[in-house]
Design a protein around this ligand. Structure first.
Ligand code: GLN
Length: 537
């Protein structure tokens, strides 16, 4: 079996340096040279997965085909590589401890004292090599969440140290991402924080092989020499990562800096060809040379934090680029929308997307929004909770089901048009218990959904507990809101649409998780197109 090579990506100085984007860009370049690469992320928090985290805490929760609720960086990995990730690609401290403690309860440690070293570190090492041992990948990139020196990162850093030693020099390397700040008063870039962070890594027995330095200004040869000398790396292994206009520029910037070449050299792998980025660069060209602009409203309750809707924002970028249209996103807090101000709040918008969400806050604002866009023929895409609100709006205002609601908000509503699934009724745990991951959906011919997808059977990712209540399906369809996509096994409604409206589509699933640079999602492509048509009409 081939020897899988490992690249570990650590971060120093501060968080939010964009380790995920650097890891994804490096993987992209390796993939473009013909290597099969995957990326995994190890997060040092105690939640078993980010599914139970408020989006304000940690940004969006990304969902994989196999139903794992994961860190949003996995979204970047998929968008860059166009290869699906899985449960194995995201591991947290909580998951590691849970599995060690379960083993202890089963008596698998044969009476030994269970300790951080070696039991926790062994569990981490095993998980770090899981994808590598599958034989599917030439190179596995492992991003270590957090910043070196953090107390909670220690077991991961120690596991990396052991693996570097076990796997040998040419089989595993460390890329350390740091910040080289610019002091405006002195007019200088400062290398000291990087020196310190490399030293901290060294205290844990790890020597960085490559330094990637985030900076606002170009690193001079002098600065590169200095960093190389004091951080114990070759000058060509000092790579600058300058602020970019878009994250999609980063692979090209890393190519110019030779990040992939240094990594391959250290791993004793041939360069093969020059990276084939033809398709990628066509996308960038369309992205950067828009012929038109549209304004799309994003109505949600977590709009203050951009990361909460990361995949939706990126899917709109992909959908825009595909049409060579720049999409301006106008974020609107759903809490603040009322019948009195909805016209004012939604003015000048060419389309409106109503976002997913949980709980009751802001839902009446979403319902007002949907009434407005439905009556004014403004293109509408409702995702998950957004679709559920479209159903409620139609029930209340067209079917005359006064106070229709979802049982998530009002358990005793007279018209529970959105309700709990039978099999969910007895579940009390909140983590990992929703309808999660990829589910088939059969599209009805002659509908907008069928037109958009151009096929009968699709598979999309879910993350919700409540469902369209099929008891009312006939009422809705008679009144014009049709179920254009249903799960073939359970009959659950996955898509609703209005055929009397230019673009009114609600989806129970999350199409945004499947949109990539190589394959922009057709729903987003067509939604942006509809916004453009609305604008020119
Ligand atoms: N809160 C809704 C449910 O659980 C919708 C979830 C979502 O929008 N992801 O069904």
């Amino acid at each position: 079996m081939k020897q899988t090579k490992y690249i570990f990506v650590t971060g120093g100085v501060t968080s939010s340096l964009g380790k995920g984007i650097i890891a994804a860009s490096l993987a992209k370049l390796l993939q473009a040279r013909g290597y099969s690469a995957t990326i995994q992320k190890f997060d040092p928090y105690i939640n078993v997965d980010p599914g139970t985290l408020n989006p304000y805490e940690h940004g969006e929760c990304f969902v994989t085909n196999d139903g794992a609720e994961t860190d949003l960086d996995l979204g970047h990995y998929e968008r860059f590589l166009n290869v699906p990730t899985s449960q194995a690609n995201n591991v947290t401290t909580g998951r590691v401890y849970l599995s060690v403690i379960e083993k202890e309860r089963r008596g698998e440690f044969l009476g030994k004292t269970v300790q951080v070293v070696p039991h926790i570190t062994n569990e981490i090492k095993e998980r770090m090599q899981l994808l590598g041992k599958s034989g599917d990948y030439d190179i596995v990139i492992t991003e270590i969440g957090g910043t070196v020196g953090d107390i909670e990162s220690l077991p991961y850093i120690e596991s990396v140290r052991q693996l570097l030693w076990e796997l040998g020099d040419n089989n595993a390397i460390v890329v350390h991402l740091t910040l080289v700040p610019y002091l405006a008063a002195a007019g200088e870039l400062k290398t000291k924080p990087t020196q310190h962070s490399v030293k901290t890594l060294m205290e844990s027995g790890i020597k960085a092989d490559i330094l990637v330095c985030r900076t606002e200004h170009n690193l001079s040869t002098e600065i590169r020499q200095k960093l190389a000398q004091f951080c114990n790396v070759k000058p060509e292994a000092v790579v600058q990562s300058i602020d970019a206009d878009t994250i999609y520029d980063v692979p090209n910037l890393m190519l110019q800096e030779g990040l992939d070449k240094v990594a391959l050299k250290k791993l004793d792998l041939p360069e093969r060809t020059t990276p084939d980025l033809v398709k990628w660069n066509e996308f960038i060209h369309r992205l950067k040379n828009p012929k038109h602009v549209v304004n799309i409203g994003l109505v949600g309750k977590y709009v203050e934090l951009q990361d909460s809707y990361k995949s939706i924002l990126e899917a709109l970028v992909h959908g825009g680029a595909e049409n060579q249209i720049k999409v301006n996103i106008i974020s609107i807090q759903s809490d603040n929308i009322t019948a009195n101000n909805v016209t004012e709040k939604l003015k000048n918008l060419d389309a409106v997307l109503v976002a997913p969400g949980f709980g009751s806050r802001g839902i009446e604002g979403k319902i007002e929004t949907i009434k407005y866009v439905r009556e004014n023929n403004i293109p509408f895409l409702g995702i998950c909770l957004g679709m559920q609100m479209a159903v409620i709006e139609y029930a209340r205002n067209i079917l005359g089901f006064t106070n229709a609601n979802t049982t998530e908000v009002n358990e005793s509503t007279q018209y529970p048009v959105i309700t709990f699934m039978e099999e969910q009724k007895n579940i009390t745990d909140k983590g990992g218990t929703m309808r999660l991951g990829g589910w088939d959906c059969k599209l009805k011919e002659g509908t907008k959904a069928f037109d958009i997808y151009g096929e009968t059977m699709i598979n999309e990712r879910h993350r919700h507990r409540y469902e369209f209540n099929n008891q009312y399906l006939e009422d809705f369809e008679k009144a014009g809101l049709v179920a254009s996509g249903c799960n073939p096994d359970t009959g659950l409604v996955e898509i609703v649409e209005l055929n009397t409206h230019p673009f009114f589509v609600g989806v129970q699933f999350h199409p945004e998780y499947k949109s990539t640079v190589a394959k922009p999602h057709p729903l987003f492509v067509n939604f942006v197109k509809a916004a453009m048509e609305k604008k020119t009409n």
